[in-house]
Design a binder for this molecule. Sequence first.
Ligand code: SAM
Length: 274
Amino acid sequence: MALTRAEIRQLLDDFEMGPSRALGQNFLCDAGMVDKIVRLARVGPGDHVIEIGPGLGSLTLGLCQTGVAVVAVEIDRYLLAPLRQTVGAYERSGQLTIINDDAMTLDWSRVIEPGIEYSVVANLPYNIATPLILDLLADQPALKRWVVMVQREAGERLVAQPGSKTYGIPSVLLAYWAEARLVGSVPAGLFFPRPKVESVLVMIERRGDSRVPGEFDRLARLVRTTFGQRRKMLRRSLSGVMTVQAMEAVGIDPTARPEQLSIDDWIRLATVTA
Ligand code: SAM
């Protein structure tokens, strides 16, 4: 079950509002796509989901129908009344919690309960999708599995592997925390209003291994420095940071360019600056 295009138009009319472009409000109006996202999320009773940007509640409805507990974070207070018209019954029963806040600045300790693991399932606003995913991966270890819809270009960059043109800063930073892959395409025609861009579904699974404190910050600095001068060999772009001998000592070819390094290479390189 999802809201149809006619229901979305009607809700917006009834509440005398229009979709905000600045907040990336393109509402999903395709029951088949909602079902697909919910199936990929593999959640049910006893599980916990965080949805960022529930909008008018298309995906929220599909999630709640599985019996999963949902916390939905929506920045736009004008959407709260129509959202409650769609999913208010789940909120009243205690299965759904709606938080009116900005997901980028929210105090996540208000949402994340100690000892509980969460999935993130969301049709993310385009302008914040990549920084939000990377920030939450770094800061909120309780968020384990993600099925998120993002703009195609952003999704391709997040999942890119070494050697590909799209492999860059977001690909490496994500790979430090998790494995990601594309699990579907979402044509623009499935939204109201229709966006100018195509979307994709990205599945992200957090790695189980523990991380060394401080390692990520060192790695991120190296990644930003080197990809900022993408065409240069590492020995040039990192000349002020480490010696050629130090690179070689951890098995990194100083004549390599940043797009050739795997996540394991980056982790070894980060130990040099420790
Ligand atoms: N989930 C709905 C759907 O699929 O129809 C709406 C998705 S729409 C692409 C993105 C939603 O994120 C909008 O409801 C928008 O208001 C909300 N949003 C935008 N920026 C946000 C932020 N910083 N924090 C929380 N929600 C945000």
